[in-house]
Design a protein. Structure first.
Length: 484
């Protein structure tokens, strides 16, 4: 007959457990049963010791089971992008301060929307989704990125053109050579006056909005934008932009094909400084130095990107006409033209080659800049035009901002401002890469991609950093990006 267990021990026995008396002490085990097909009956299986039972202490849980029962079962797990969020908070903190200063009501909204454009080139309809997946959304709560909120807030920002201009003035520095250029944006909106049927930069005709940009050659950043009608291509718009931006030392760097006597007269009338390239067959150019091929006939030379650039200058109607010659480029163009004479004789021939020969490898400008600007200064200023062309490329191809679906002019103004902030951030990464001499290996898009891989995880209401690959961590360290 089985010994009856005392009541003080039995009261701790529950379903799925078994009392066992071992060497005069009571122990409680966890048990279950499993069908044994061979014995054709259920068979008891012991799962493990739960603890001991004494009359004085009652049930005492075993240390092993205590550890097992305390195994961490995470709840409320959330994963969010952290790398870009930290970049904005730490590296672009001056933008946060300036936005707080000039847009005290909307600064969080501008940061949130700029984040979605910078990191994901997000259309407005996806901005709320992308921002909600960022750690930045934990820092800036209740931003309001619903479709209705975005439209309303963009309009409220757009009507404050003066505040936008004051924001850009924060980035001006003394003795900076400012460059102008423009581009176009496609828009089929019938609710705005900006879109007009006009010739695009690609030579086609479409409904476009014209955009004017100002770029700083010293800080290598965009300083200003202005939205204009698709029909507005008049030189007077340059003057209006200079006045609105309150810039005294702007230099208009025109593209090839801009030159005409009437355009030069208009620029002079508006009191604007300019560097305008001339076609190689222009009668204003003096090729005497090239015809004699006597280097003594040139006024001098300088080194540009490890290449010798010769120059000669003459004056026509009080304007400086400067011709530059690059012998490396000259040799390439001569070889290319003569090859075409053999492969495409219907278009190229030796007679035309001899007529053009003195212009090969040259570029000439007409400018009203004073003699305080050396010939090298003028050449470098023109070459810096590549910077603003790169900026426009970022605007169009990186941020995908060359199309607008806005139906309101004030909202479009606000939208452009947000994209300009994102473009500033992009240029900050460009400068970082150049400063650390890593721009040949990585692009800003690469860095953005790597940063998006940096995550934070929330477990039971506590945010923890997820691991970063050693390779990316080393890259961030080399770029002096503090994001961990």
């Amino acid at each position: 007959m089985a010994k009856k267990h005392p009541q003080w021990a039995l009261k701790h026995k529950k379903k799925g457990t078994e009392l066992r008396l071992i060497n005069g002490r009571y122990y409680l085990y966890e048990i279950t049963s499993k069908w044994n097909p061979e014995k054709k009956r259920s068979q008891k299986i012991t799962l493990g010791l739960l603890g001991k039972i004494t009359k004085e202490e009652g049930f005492v849980e075993s240390e092993k089971h205590k550890l097992k029962s305390q195994t961490f079962i995470p709840e409320n797990i959330h994963l969010k992008e952290y790398g870009i969020s930290a970049l904005i908070k730490e590296e672009f903190s001056n933008y946060i301060e300036l936005l707080q200063k000039h847009f005290p009501k909307h600064w969080k909204f501008i940061i949130a929307l700029s984040y979605s454009r910078f990191a994901f080139q997000s259309p407005l309809k996806n901005a709320q989704y992308h921002f909600s997946k960022s750690y930045l959304s934990e820092v800036y709560k209740n931003v309001g990125l619903s479709s209705a909120s975005i439209s309303k807030k963009l309009k409220e920002i757009g009507i404050k053109r003066k505040d936008i201009l004051n924001f850009f003035k924060e980035f001006k520095i003394e003795n900076d050579n400012i460059l102008f250029d423009g581009t176009d944006m496609f828009s089929n909106s019938k609710n705005m006056s900006y879109p007009q049927k006009s010739k695009t930069k690609k030579g086609t005709f479409d409904n476009i909005i014209n955009l004017m940009f100002i770029f700083s050659t010293k800080t290598k950043t965009p300083l200003y934008y202005r939205i204009m009608s698709g029909k507005t291509k008049d030189i007077s718009s340059f003057k209006l932009c200079v006045d609105e931006a309150n810039i005294d030392d702007a230099i208009i760097i025109a593209d090839k094909g801009f030159y005409s006597e009437s355009n030069i007269e208009k620029l002079d009338k508006e009191g604007l400084q300019y560097i305008v390239p001339l076609r190689r067959n222009s009668s204003l150019i003096n090729y005497n130095s090239d015809k004699t091929n006597n280097l003594k006939e040139y006024d001098g030379y300088f080194l540009y990107e490890k290449k010798i650039i010769w120059y000669s200058e003459n004056q026509v109607n009080g304007k400086r006409i400067i011709t530059y010659r690059n012998d490396n480029l000259r040799a390439e163009e001569i070889n290319d033209y003569l090859r075409r004479c053999k492969t495409l004789p219907e278009k190229y021939n030796e007679q035309t080659f001899f007529e053009k020969q003195y212009g090969f490898g040259t570029i000439s400008f007409i400018t009203n800049l004073s003699n305080n600007f050396t010939q090298e200064d003028i050449y470098l200023n023109y070459k810096s035009r590549n910077q603003i062309e790169s900026m426009i490329d970022v605007f169009k191809n990186i941020l995908n901002a060359d199309k607008s679906y806005m139906q309101d002019e004030d909202a479009l103004e606000g939208w452009m401002f947000v994209n300009f902030i994102a473009m500033h951030w992009y240029y900050k990464l460009i400068l970082k890469l150049k400063e650390k001499k890593l721009n040949s290996k990585f692009s800003p898009k690469d860095i953005i991609l790597f940063l998006k891989d940096v995550k934070k995880i929330q477990i039971n209401r506590k945010w923890l950093n997820l691991e970063i690959t050693k390779k990316n961590l080393e890259l961030f360290h080399n770029l002096n990006l503090h994001i961990t």
